[in-house]
Design a protein around this ligand. Sequence first.
Ligand code: MIG
Length: 691
Amino acid sequence: MIYSLKLGNPFETEAVTDHSEINSCEMSEFIERLGSLGGELIMAHTSTGDERPDIMFRYRMNNDTVVFGLGEALHGINKRGFKYISYNVDDMHHDEEKNSLYGSHNFILIKGTEDDFGLFFDYPSRMEFDIGFENRSLIKVTAPTMDMCIYLITGANLYNIVKQFRGIIGKSYTAPFWAFGFGQSRWGYKNASDVSEVVNSYRSAGIPLDMVYMDIDYMDDYKDFTISYERFPKFGRFVLDMEEQGIHLVPIIDAGIKIENDYEIYEEGKSNGYFCTNDDASLFSAAVWPGMTHFVDFFKPEAREWFGKKYSALTDYGIEGFWNDMNEPSIFYTQQDLENTCELISDLSLSDKEISAKDCLEIRDSVDAWRSPEVYKQFYHNINGKRVSHDKVHNLYGYYMTKAAYEGLSELIPDKRFLLFARSSYIGMHRYGGLWTGDNKSRWSHLKLNLSQLPGLNMCGFIYSGADIGGFGADVSEELLLRWTALGIFTPLFRNHSVKDSRNQECYRFENTEAFRDIISLRYRLLPYLYSEFLKAVNSDLMYFRPLCFDYEDDNDALYVEDQLLLGEGLMIAPVIEENANGRYVYLPEDMLFIKFKTDTEFTTELMPKGHHYIHVAIDQVPLFLRRGNMLPLGGSHVCTADMSMYLELGGKGELQAKDFEIITLPSEKPSYEMLCESEKTLVSNKIFVE
Ligand code: MIG
């Protein structure tokens, strides 16, 4: 059951799209329902003497309570023990003590002693989730104003609650099949020959590759919807050449629009009033990569429509995939900051006083708005004719940018699925694109973090998601990259990406290219299963990745497993995430078939009983577990999805042959092809890849 409570005058975020099954409650009824589950809702005046009350949800946990959710938030799958702040931020240091990341996903799922329930706080500005941080046994969710919708979801079990939640927030974005290929990216590919070199090197190493991402350097002076023809001469020809080699180019689009006379986007945005404004209605200016920029007011439907159509600058060349970046929005400093700082310097230089260290620090701080929440109180949107402070709707900015892109691309490429994902997000954006989890680092702890973030994201509808494989910042070791890639082959978004001045991180740069080839080829062999499970998750509000306890409800050991996940209906993954390990401990909640891939074509299987085990997994091997009653179809090895037309043609037209697959089953008898097509649990049926 789903209950909602509307408090005050909430902003319509459009996170929830289907209200038909929701019982909207009066305050007293809602409080009573929460109370019967052990939760309290309290309105309290803040000590600052604000007239408006704080909202606080409170829940007393016992020793066994486990809390899930919060989307991409840091820490483990179980969110207990930390305080999370929903206020989107561009912070490239994903350290354990950080409270916020790029997205805010205000859904929590409480596994209580008696009843389990979920809560969604639909509130687009800053709020806090203290999940047993200040007090180990207390959950405290607070927001500074009472303008919010709260949704309470009860159900038979955790998975059922998530499915109901997914049902009200609308169907997740469907990525095209090719977006499940492997992608190489690096901030620093500056011209066509850099990109070609990447493609050639992958092809000659025999490592599969489907896309090369183009970071900001492909643009002319970091201007959105431009291409530097100096560095990418004959761009149209180049896109076609790449396509012939089975490569999709995926350019980046940033949020800030460069202020420059005669730059079409700037001129049109300005004359049509599509940009965010200052207090006094003048245009708000702030610096990002292009220098001074304006920000599109994505809350205006006309501005969204206009911006979305601008993607034609690239789709006209045959581009079908994009990533949206810097859309928290990320701001280095504002025009105002810059002016104040100049004034400060000039005052100091005019005075006779010696310039102190304190003065220098003041100068530095005065021009630095990066990651400062204060800057978001300085500009405004025009929403239905009303001026709204950005701060009030801050967490929605990336979401509305992605909505603009999605709607534009749907018109520009109407007959095809396109690839689209973004960095900043809020629940609701999952209908328009996927996300990547931003600037992680080449650290073993971030490999683990990658795994921990996946189920939370799935709960909130973000199925097409993934992290920068190998880590964005810092230098990666070959071992870390191999182990990380061995996790990456299972994530829908599978992209190796790194920052400019870090060690070159393309797989062919390392000695053991064969191991990379085997691991990534395995991804392609698994695609029939993976893409089918992805479509099932999207179309039926399922989770592609789930914590073990979602399926093994009464298994107390399964409840605490933090480094294994269920993948789709039939698989469990247990990647090696420790340095210098020759394997790992796994927990099997039931008997499973342990499949160890040695190369892309060679594997061993072993039936393993329920319980705790140690498995040996060498650096070039991939472990996988098949659940009872399921089969795993393995397609052939391919260097790109374009070569897999066999699967793509299936849409009712092509004939799928059992011989096209190698089939791994757990039951003793080998299933016939007919069985394969008929079985409810079948992964290969003529339904794969068809909605
Ligand atoms: O301030 O476009 O997260 O993936 O390579 C850095 C350059 C801007 C941040 C993105 C990262 C991208 C980088 N961007």
